[in-house]
Ligand binder design. Structure first.
Ligand code: UD1
Ligand code: UDP
Length: 373
């Protein structure tokens, strides 16, 4: 019988947890693997929300989050902390996801030990090292040493081979976020009580069109966040519209949004929603306004027009499919584009078509089979 492969998944933030849990579920039940899980705790509350709903109990929790952490201090703590876990576990593979500091340091610590790295969601490129910042470079660094690159789309696979990554190491799998979305949708269908956190707000905003908002990008801190708050405030002046905005726990986001938008009639500023309730927000929203990566992938799958408050995107597939539009962080432009969707039924219908450019919900199984070799 073939040797059991010890797979150590390493992650630390909300989006990584969402995109890793479908894979961990499969690894746990597959005899070919000994699945071990290390979380860095780069996020705390927002990570724990996902671990709880997905039923994942990490074997290692480095609990690294510090309020207002800087990139250099976080990176140093991550590298050392994950390195210690690798020395203890000595896995056959380290699996990291995406482009966060945890993913980059998890991969680097494995590379320093000559442990092969598998990269989930490999090959996304905006072509601009400052957008998303520092994620574009984090993702490129992982691509330089990954032994297996799981590209979600043909576009991301091509970006890797264009950078001279050996095509034999690149596999198009789809994005596990679609697996996660299917899983949570089925779970909520079986247990509707999991997704009732918005009931009060839904009652308060009955009859209005909902705009769901998320925002957290580092490159938007300062002027970008101010402009986003300004645009949201102006959209909420309309009687027919309500904004539901679960605010990221990063103080650079919360301070601006609380100061500018708290107490407004048509705006609900909420704590971060857990995944079942965020899926509900996607469901009830007419439009999503976001600078998030994951939301750009989920919204097209649900046929929700998504206005992306960024200058560039490493996820062009949603834009090409016509369900996402880049609107930048100029307040006038954001208001103009959102108003067009609200006022012009034809413009709305043209964007509100469901597409699955990011996957078919079977990415995790493909990845598991490729890991098995
Ligand atoms: C991180 C990732 C980013 C990812 C985002 C997803 C890096 C450099 N950044 O950005 O790529 O898109 O997560 O959300 O890896 N905080 C809490 N509780 C939490 C989470 C965050 O209080 O559960 C606060 C803390 O003050 C923390 C701050 O937010 O210091 C920033 O967290 P950090 O992980 O450094 O950056 P994010 O902006 O969340
Ligand atoms: N999300 C969530 N609750 C929220 C906001 C977002 O569960 O209040 C989910 C969302 O469905 C998506 C992921 O978090 O899967 C996106 O995370 P985030 O925007 O923090 O990071 P990014 O994807 O930009 O790296």
């Amino acid at each position: 019988m073939a040797k059991t492969l010890k797979i150590l998944t390493v992650f630390g933030t909300r989006p990584e947890a969402i995109k890793m849990f479908p894979l961990i579920h499969l690894l746990q039940e597959d005899q070919r693997f000994d699945s071990r899980v290390c979380v860095s705790g780069q996020h705390r509350g927002m990570l724990d929300q996902v671990l709880e709903i997905a039923g994942i109990e990490p074997h290692h929790d480095l609990d690294l989050m510090q309020p207002g952490q800087t990139l250099d201090a976080l990176t140093a703590r991550l590298l050392e902390g994950i390195g210690n876990v690798l020395d203890e576990e000595r896995p056959d593979w380290v699996v990291v996801q995406g482009d966060t500091a945890t993913a980059m340091c998890g991969g680097l610590a494995a590379y320093y030990r000559k442990i092969p790295v598998a990269h989930v969601e490999a090959g996304l490129r905006s072509g601009d090292i400052h957008h998303p910042w520092p994620e574009e470079v984090n993702r490129k660094i992982i691509g330089t040493f990954a032994a297996l690159n799981f590209a979600p789309t043909e576009t991301s696979a091509k970006s890797l081979t264009t950078e001279n990554v050996d095509p034999a190491k690149v596999h198009v799998t789809g994005n596990t976020v679609i697996d996660a979305l299917h899983w949570i949708t089925e779970k909520v269908a079986a247990e509707p009580a999991l997704a009732t956190a918005l009931s009060e707000v839904e009652k308060r905003f009955a009859g209005k069109r909902i705009i769901g908002v998320t925002s957290h990008r580092r490159e938007n801190f300062g002027d970008g966040m101010d402009a986003i708050a300004d645009a949201i405030g102006r959209l909420a002046d309309r009687d027919d519209v309500a904004i539901i905005f679960p605010v990221h726990l990063n103080p650079n986001v919360r301070s601006v949004m609380n100061e500018r938008l708290a107490g407004r009639d048509n705006i609900a500023l909420l704590e971060p929603l857990d995944y079942p309730n965020f899926a509900r927000l996607l469901d009830i929203s007419s439009i999503m306004l976001t600078d998030s990566g994951g939301v750009q992938e989920e919204a097209p799958a649900l046929g929700k027009p998504v206005l992306v408050m960024r200058e560039t995107t490493e996820r062009p597939e949603g834009v090409e499919a016509g369900t996402a539009k880049l609107v930048g962080t100029d307040a006038d432009r954001i208001v103009e584009e959102a108003s067009l969707l609200l006022d012009d039924q034809e413009a709305y219908s043209a964007m509100a078509r469901s597409h699955n450019p990011f996957g078919d919900g079977k990415a995790a199984q493909r990845i598991v089979d490729l890991l098995a070799g």
